[in-house]
Design a protein around this ligand. Sequence first.
Ligand SMILES: [Fe+2]
Length: 383
Amino acid sequence: MNLVTLQQPSRIVLGEGATQRFAEEFVAHGFKRLFLLTAPSILPRLEGIIQQIEASGTKVQIYNRITAEPALDEVLEIIDQARDFSTDSVVGIGGGSVLDTAKIVAAFVNSKQQVSECFGIGLIKERGVWCACLPTTSGTGSEVSPNAILLDRAEKLKKGIVSPYLLADAAYIDPLLTITVPAKITAETGMDALSHCIESYTNRHAHPVVDAYALQGIELIAKNLERAVKDGQDREARAALSLGSYYGGLCLAPVNTAAVHALSYPLGGEYHISHGLANAILLPPVMRFNLEANIEKHAAIARAMGVDCEGLTPREAAEKGVQFIADLAERCGIPTTLTALGIGREKVGELADAAMKVTRLLVNNPREVTREDAVAIYNELYE
Ligand SMILES: [Fe+2]
């Protein structure tokens, strides 16, 4: 058995009502200056807990202008604001972009290191202030992962920072916070979570303890995503997705993602395609490419999703599973080609060049990906 290190916030509160529990526990901590990051669409729903926190004597500064995946220069500006406010606690309530930003602000607010020096794995040297994350989408798993992704505008590439210092101190996962997420974002973030589970399960560094989380996540997401997309108020489906997304997030620290994420980053960096959508589009072709490396595991993915595999060979089951995912994405309204996203075929070479730079994830892929392979995978995404 290979070595694995499990990391997650030391406190996880999961279930309906976690948001209210957060407010109570935050007040009990006795912090005096809360820097709260959120998004404009979420803020109105937080009035009650903000009032409760302010009533306890805590000053609250709100930054609610994060609407898309954050760029490095924006994050530096937010860190300055948090520093000027002398914050002693940082909380993110939002999607992955908000949570990633909150984690970076918390880590760097009192640090002498530059954020730009820390792209990569394990380069942050010290801990900042206390940080909690409350996800409002079921997708990125950022609330329990040591990862944050930023856009480097100069290089037009999404870059990752991975560090134990980016782990939140506490995560409060409340399915009720996800009830109002629009269908499109539900679909895209759900496919991101599914890709976390699949990419860690089939990973070169996969581990039985992480496989258990991953298979649970695959089953929950595959069986509930369409329900939540079609009816956002379906509390049972929302709860299942919250749990599935949490399992996907748990896979990130010990094992992490692979070629789906590596090939998706150039779509975000250059064309501002959302992280979830980029992964959703790339998941089926990368799975087809990877299938050879471990047919049994790909067949197990199909069975976990509830695909009828009776009488099929492992290869047939694995292929049926990939098709199920492609069909699921389509039923959830996700475009399935780069043609549909308006990215011309002449761009494939540039996309492949950019993807080959994401070596920290490509090394995890169960099958080696050459530049030619990357070109072939992107080319599959044209009509
Ligand atoms: Fe992701």
